[in-house]
Design a protein around this ligand. Structure first.
Ligand SMILES: C[S@@+](CC[C@H](N)C(=O)[O-])C[C@H]1O[C@@H](n2cnc3c(N)ncnc32)[C@H](O)[C@@H]1O
Length: 330
């Protein structure tokens, strides 16, 4: 969303109240009080950080994971956060008298340089479908420039899960815009939605197939910044499939995982709904080949679901300059 802000676009507008601070507060507050998320990271950091370790926290936000790293005994934490939350994190570090242990760096991680390489990388830049917040790009860059060889990475692995779904609500909303509204034609808005990964909360009853892993990436070895995966699903019942439901399973550390599978227990995340161009009628037992991929460092995403044989990919149409795709505004 930042890419759409007038200042970023170099546009001068009349002064109006800017609600960016409210968005920033809501975003970070909701993550901070999501105890499923925070306690998973707290346990993982306690397991992975050894006394005296140098830690780098990419996307530090309020600095909560950097504080957890200090709790685990880190000697020094470099907390990298681009944007205005870095200033707030700096104040939080000061209030907790940890200025000598946590250094806030207000930059994108791929522009940051550190005076030493780190033993551990901590990053909660896990998107609704795992990878769309840029975690692969941040981690592969950090492994090259900011980390010691063999550094521990929290999270250690991320899988993307996919299921064929009936999502009649989201789909009905798109369909409504394909019919005249107030006697006017709003179909361009429907076209935008049907080429977009939409965020939603699925009920498990809307899943037409069992979920399957379509992408599985070990963050300590991968060199990928784009994902690609195929899997064949099997319909569990007769249904009209409207799209793909996607979510992640992240191994934060060995034995500690977190997921936003429906019904969601970690309120920081929704699931992704990837709409099909047309609803597809399936019968119980049908094989449904699925493909999901990204390109341009995650700037574009494509997906398809066929019945019996693979179908053509639907691609997202970026509405903003390429950049990280935040859950909400950063
Ligand atoms: C999902 S929030 C997590 C914040 C915090 N770590 C937490 O757990 O509450 C991700 C944060 O990372 C920042 N961010 C994402 N990618 C980044 C990068 N490559 N470099 C610096 N900041 C980044 C965003 O501005 C956002 O504040």
């Amino acid at each position: 969303m930042d890419a759409l802000r007038p200042a970023t676009l170099g546009v001068t507008l009349p002064a109006v109240y800017d609600d960016y601070a409210a968005q920033l507060f809501d975003f970070h507050h909701s993550m901070l009080v999501d105890e499923v998320r925070t306690t998973s990271f707290l346990r993982a950091i306690a397991q992975q950080v050894q006394p005296g370790d140098v830690v780098v926290d990419i996307g530090a936000g309020t600095g909560v994971l950097s504080l957890f790293a200090v709790l685990a005994g880190a000697g020094k934490v470099y907390a990298i956060e681009q944007g205005p939350m870095a200033e707030v994190a700096g104040e939080i570090v000061k209030r907790n008298d940890l200025g000598d242990r946590i250094e806030i760096i207000n930059e994108w991680s791929y522009e940051a340089t550190l005076p030493e390489r780190a033993d551990v990388l901590v990053t909660e830049t896990i998107g609704n479908i795992g990878f769309e917040e840029g975690i692969l790009a941040w981690v592969t860059d950090a492994r090259k420039r900011l980390l010691k060889p063999g550094a521990r990475i929290v999270p250690s692995a991320i899988s993307m899960m996919v299921a064929a779904t009936e999502s009649s609500h989201d789909y009905a909303e798109i369909g409504r815009l394909r019919r005249p509204l107030y006697e006017f034609d709003f179909t361009p808005l429907a076209d935008l939605a049907s080429h977009t990964m939409l965020w939603t909360d699925f009920s498990p009853v809307s899943l037409v197939t069992r979920p399957a892993t379509v992408v599985d990436i070990d963050l300590s070895t991968t060199r990928q910044v784009d994902i690609e995966g195929t899997v064949t699903l099997r319909a569990r019942r007769d249904a009209l499939v409207h799209g793909l439901g996607c979510w992640f399973v992240a191994e934060i550390a060995p034995g500690i995982s977190i997921s936003n599978e429906p019904p969601t227990k970690a309120p920081s995340w929704n699931q992704g709904f990837l709409p099909l161009p047309e609803p597809v009628s399936v019968s119980k037992g049908d094989l449904l080949p699925v493909e999901i991929r990204s390109d341009g460092d995650g700037a574009r995403w494509g997906w398809s679901l066929g019945v019996g044989e693979p179908a053509e990919l639907t691609w997202t149409q970026p509405t903003a300059p390429p950049g990280p795709a935040p859950r909400v505004a950063y």
